[in-house]
Design a protein around this ligand. Structure first.
Ligand SMILES: *[C@@H]1O[C@H](CO)[C@@H](O)[C@H](O)[C@H]1NC(C)=O
Ligand SMILES: *[C@@H]1O[C@H](CO)[C@@H](O)[C@H](O)[C@H]1NC(C)=O
Ligand SMILES: *[C@@H]1O[C@H](CO)[C@@H](O)[C@H](O)[C@H]1NC(C)=O
Ligand SMILES: *[C@@H]1O[C@H](CO)[C@@H](O)[C@H](O)[C@H]1NC(C)=O
Ligand SMILES: *[C@@H]1O[C@H](CO)[C@@H](O)[C@H](O)[C@H]1NC(C)=O
Ligand SMILES: *[C@@H]1O[C@H](CO)[C@@H](O)[C@H](O)[C@H]1NC(C)=O
Length: 474
């Protein structure tokens, strides 16, 4: 795979004792190649792939049983590893584990095969960084168990585990449940304590069940400031761990006894409207989650009303919260604004609890100038805010340079784009090569001038002729 191979052929057949010009060219190649290698330029990088494996830009394959590997290959740069989608390892008798960080840089890995090797251990964090992993083939290894937690964040479509000495233990029960009929297609067996083999699909164990979690009540609609008790009931053997998961502004406390846990919320905050509360039960066989979205009723709040900004249309931006959704009304200097084709309220974005939008004005004139009042109303209350807006000066009022607009700040305007660093590195490399080549040229002139047909010239050249072989074979 060495990118340097084509060069080495040319370099290893120098025309000894020939004219100085030929000599000069060898010398020049050496310098250029030397600089390129030294600079670590990717298109000339050597040792991108371990010698016992073969690599393309997207695939690594290690199948040579003679010169085995005992860990995943590490390529020269992170960028190269990020391009790999497929790793294939077979017949590696010293390959026994996949550890926490082994696959850390292979972010785009989709297919992983480790087969006919001695894989005995897979860390729970082995695939932490490989969220695109879909196809995992661990056929014919030495795995006695595998935890479902290894895969909890993944969306695996294929898992091949045949030919492993899996124990008939509760820890492997999830494999039977997850693979379903596929377990028989793969002829998955497990090994009992006595040493007997049985089909995994027939595995039945006492006290080995997927847990359950149930939240009650399962729906809530409450007023801001109310209190709420949520209880989560879990079941399953071995008895599961119970985990609440939420990010709330409202104060709460949790009381757990046995398989039941109560979450007590007091003085519900409207900031928690539409927040998710979940309760998860987790044991060695698997996990179940039960969740609800808080529906908190609260009166409108205008959280933003800002100066008009000229865009495609003019816009008076606002943000309003409230549940149920508030009705919006506008007033200009106290008089109700009639919305229509040229002036209308537009909602552009709805988040968990806020409505973001504009009072949109199409070609406003000085008649639209004035004090705008936004009124937001729902059945629990109302809120109002005011903002002054000037779109166009009155015709006789024009003493300033720009009579039509006042210029709103445009936050997207920035300085001139900065050159990406890669480009600058490339420039440095090119300049470096040029400088070295030029120095070589000067030296060459000196050699021509003082060397002529003397020994000095040939020796000088021969000295450099040794270098390429070293550079290339390192
Ligand atoms: C990674 O892949 C992209 C697109 O296929 C390519 O442009 C880039 O040169 C590759 N990077 C490396 C380090 O191979
Ligand atoms: C691994 O070795 C077996 C025989 O030991 C051979 O049949 C198989 O083709 C090899 N696999 C690869 C991918 O080279
Ligand atoms: C992954 O491997 C499967 C089976 O060998 C193959 O069908 C699929 O095309 C591979 N996918 C990628 C992304 O290499
Ligand atoms: C297989 O794994 C077991 C532990 O589970 C270990 O004792 C044994 O040495 C391993 N066998 C080989 C051939 O690596
Ligand atoms: C999981 O993968 C399947 C098929 O590969 C796909 O249809 C599904 O959308 C994926 N789900 C997620 C959450 O990525
Ligand atoms: C409830 O919370 C609000 C603010 O979130 C606070 O102003 C109020 O005093 C609280 N009421 C009680 C009874 O704690």
């Amino acid at each position: 795979m060495s990118a340097l191979k084509p060069w080495s052929g040319a370099l290893s057949s120098p025309g000894r004792g020939s004219g100085s010009w030929r000599c000069w060219w060898w010398w020049w190649w050496v310098v250029v190649v030397g600089v390129a290698v030294g600079s670590g330029d990717p298109w000339l990088s050597a040792e991108a792939c371990p010698s016992t494996c073969s690599c393309s830009s997207t695939r690594i394959s290690c199948v040579d049983p003679e010169q085995g590997i005992n860990a995943f290959p590490v390529l020269q740069s992170e960028a190269e590893m990020e391009n790999i989608t497929d790793i294939y390892i077979a017949n590696q008798s010293s390959f026994s584990s996949i550890n926490d960080k082994d696959l850390h840089y292979y972010k785009n890995l989709r297919n992983l095969t480790v087969t006919n090797s001695r894989l005995t251990y897979v860390s729970k964090l082995a695939f932490q960084n490989n969220i695109k992993l879909q196809y995992l083939n661990l056929k014919d290894n030495n795995l006695s168990s595998l935890s479902w937690r290894i895969f909890r964040h993944l969306n695996i479509s294929y898992l091949i585990l045949s030919g492993n000495p899996l124990h008939c233990s509760c820890e492997n029960m999830w494999i039977k449940l997850w693979l379903g009929e596929e377990a028989d297609t793969q002829e998955l067996h497990c090994i009992e304590d006595g040493g007997g083999r049985k089909l995994l699909s027939t595995l039945v164990l006492p006290n080995c069940e997927v847990p359950m979690a149930t939240l009650s009540p399962s729906k809530v609609t409450l007023m801001e400031g109310d209190k709420l008790d949520l209880s989560c009931t879990t079941s399953g053997v071995p008895s599961p761990e119970l985990i609440w998961n939420m990010a709330l502004v409202t104060n709460y406390e949790i009381q757990t006894s046995g398989q039941i846990s109560v979450l007590r919320l007091s003085n519900l905050s409207s900031l928690d409207h539409n927040c998710k509360i979940s309760c998860t039960a987790e044991n060695i066989v698997g996990e179940k989650e039960s969740s609800l979205l808080l529906d908190i009723l609260f009166p409108p709040k205008i959280t933003k009303l800002s100066d008009a900004i000229p865009d495609h249309h003019w816009c008076i931006p606002f943000s309003v919260s409230g549940n149920p959704q508030p009705r919006l009304e506008w007033f200009l200097d106290g008089k109700s604004v009639t919305e229509g084709q040229y002036i209308m309220t537009m909602i552009h974005d709805v988040t968990e609890r806020e409505y973001h939008g504009c009072l949109q004005l199409d070609s406003p004139t000085h008649l639209n100038n004035g004090r705008y009042t936004l009124l937001a109303i729902n059945k629990f209350g109302r809120d109002q805010k005011e903002v002054e807006a000037h779109f166009m000066r009155k015709p006789w009022d024009g003493t300033e340079k720009d009579p039509y607009y006042y210029v709103a700040e445009d936050p997207t305007t920035e300085g001139p784009p900065v050159e990406p660093p890669e480009d600058r590195v490339a420039v440095y490399v090119v300049v470096g090569i040029a400088a070295v080549a030029f120095t070589g040229f000067l030296l060459m002139l000196v050699i021509l001038k003082f060397g002529g047909n003397s020994k000095f010239g040939i020796k000088g050249c021969a000295l450099f002729q040794n270098i390429p072989v070293e550079v290339v074979s390192r």
